[in-house]
Design a protein around this ligand. Sequence first.
Ligand code: CTP
Length: 413
Amino acid sequence: MAQKRIVVGVAGGIAAYKACSVVRQLTEAGHEVRVIPTESALNFVGAATFEALSGHPVHTGVFQDVPQVPHVRLGKEADLVVVAPATADVLARAVAGRADDLLTATLLTARCPVLFAPAMHTEMWLHPATVENVETLRRRGSVVLEPASGRLTGADTGPGRLPEPEEITTFAELLLARPDALPHDLSGIRVLVSAGGTREQLDPVRFIGNRSSGKQGYAVARVAAQRGAEVTLIAGNTAGLADPAGVEMVHIGSAAQLADAVSKHAPDANVLVMAAAVADFRPAHFATTKIKKGASEPTSVDLVRNDDVLAGAVRSRADGQLPNMQAIVGFAAETGDANGDVLFHARAKLARKGCDLLVVNAVGDGRAFEVDSNDGWLLAADGAESTLEHGSKTLMASRIVDAIAKFLEGRQA
Ligand code: CTP
């Protein structure tokens, strides 16, 4: 992506130290970053740190560097403003349209996307004042991320943790690529996503696995959660991915465990997204002790078929067992062969599985697996087909979630 101008606002909370990683990641991605801390942020991280990381002088007030008119220029020139951490106080001041320091003045002059990454104690996050401020900012078009749940400063836990820097920069890049990618339009929708690969155990130390990294499914979960959905992510084996903020996690190992988790959570869900790479076969026998070299060496592994979870969900819905389920989304990784190209096989798979939407990726030649970018097609049961432009898996996820939102709208109409 071409170099963009990003303002990183830092408010005064203990999570201000994580803003350093955000600034570093954005500058390393080639962007021009200007940091605007509040006066209280400097109690946590010194201006020198932000100056060194961004390569620019750092001011907090409108009366510093006056000939440059920074309180107008920085906001007007920015392609994106990220406020991380956004405290309850800075959210309130943004809502009120205050301009009592350089950061709030910049928020008033900015006409680009604005991304707030809140961090505060759970009580402050859940207070009606903050709840209303967040709603107001979202209504005005800003993106306010859901905070992560977990340990806060001190002994308390709950929602209010700053999302990890990688997550913040992922959303920053998404908004630079697609400023309208994160509308808050999925409140009240429950989304169940499966992601990652399954592991089929042979013995206590060995398994049959696959190359799925989980990145695409995690990105769908992450984007859906930030668009307001209540998301449960059934996570198989991944490339060490961090839990997305604001998402309920269920960790599984084998295809059978995945099937159990889907059965348990699908009745509550409105949308099922099966991005997991589910093993079609498992070893017929599980050796309870380690298989050894020596006298009775195995020469082959007998396999048995695993249930098809996606097709099973489609059947359950048809049988009336999933009355809440409105959209079932499958994934297909295809190479094409002598019988037909990628789309030929994908269309056949959509018909075979009976899902509402199918996300299709061409694989092979190092594509799709374990990489950060992707492209493909989106096929719908009604015959509609569209291409998914090449881009990050998060950008792809935003297109996939768009298609789900449109599908849900179509069902309600
Ligand atoms: N899937 C599933 N349960 C399985 C296998 C696959 O739910 N046991 C789901 C995947 O999560 C994905 C879709 O089905 O959403 C397509 O998976 P894929 O393995 O590509 O399809 P298969 O039916 O196995 O087709 P084939 O092996 O012939 O390509």
